[in-house]
Design a protein around this ligand. Structure first.
Ligand code: APR
Ligand code: ZN
Length: 236
């Protein structure tokens, strides 16, 4: 493994799979049980807010008993010990990167454990259930609270900062994502055109597999710690 300075890492649901959180497109995944149009679009929320609140209430409850796995922990170690920069762009709305100790983190699809008030725009940490009667802690009004999660058709967060990071990267690693959803699926091409070496770590080849210079396939808790060890060994 060569020496790199600015490492940018994109993570997806496959990273949290071994922590017990379902992925979206694997067999039995979330989109096999729910139609994303009903629970992950603004239109779906308008049409049936109670269904959407139930969907995220259940995911918050599931989140209470899960812990970061060896892959999350290895990425936090890389950030601590690497001599250059390590930035994680996650598509995941869980809080497992934070729980493992990662700090340079962008939640481009928002966060499950955050609430957004559509009346006053205030964001608050939120671990409990939410429904139409829930009052905003800031403006006190009800009927306007929603998960602070980016739905299909909405603009992901911090895109400007993301493209700056990709332009400065000399190593781009994609972990546990199927490469189905843009703009995240386009990040490898951005990094490549900036001259970065690109590496895919996944259970199986993703939709964008051919865009990567290098790939390793296997369970994240096995292949991610191994790559982190190699990157840290290369700095000596
Ligand atoms: N280790 C490594 N990779 C794994 C593991 C594992 N243990 N388990 C599954 N994977 C891989 C699968 O092979 C798949 O390629 O993780 C990927 C998960 O793909 P998706 O379920 O499509 O999840 P993701 O790519 O994160 O979805 C992107 O789509 O629905 C939206 O907003 C949602 O952020 C999500 C986005
Ligand atoms: Zn409010």
């Amino acid at each position: 493994m060569a020496r790199y300075h600015n490492i940018v890492i994109l993570t997806g649901a496959g990273l949290s799979a071994e922590s017990g959180l379902s992925t979206f497109r694997d067999k039995g995944g979330i989109w096999a049980k729910y139609d994303y149009r009903d629970v992950a679009t603004p239109e779906g929320f308008r049409a049936n807010p109670a269904l959407v609140h139930d969907f995220y209430n259940q995911r918050r409850r599931d989140h209470a008993d899960v812990h970061p796995n060896a892959a999350h922990i290895a990425l936090a170690r890389l950030e601590r010990e690497h001599r250059g920069s390590v930035d994680i762009i996650t598509q995941n709305i869980d809080a497992l990167h934070e729980a493992a100790g990662s700090q340079n983190l962008i939640h481009m699809h928002g966060e499950l454990l955050k609430a957004l008030c559509t009346h006053c725009g205030e964001r608050n940490a939120w671990t409990g259930d939410m429904n139409l009667d829930t009052r905003c802690p800031n403006c006190g009004r009800s009927g306007g609270m929603r998960p602070d999660v980016v739905w299909f058709g909405e603009m992901p967060y911090e895109m400007e900062r993301i493209y700056m990071l990709l332009a400065a990267a000399d190593l781009f690693i994609s972990i546990g994502t199927s490469g189905n959803v843009y703009p995240a699926a386009g990040f490898v091409a951005e990094a490549r055109s900036a001259g970065a070496h690109t590496l895919e770590l996944n259970l199986e080849p993703s939709e964008g597999a051919t865009l990567f210079h290098e790939a390793r396939y296997g369970a994240a808790t096995k292949i991610v710690p191994a790559v982190v060890d190699e990157l840290l060994a290369a700095r000596n």
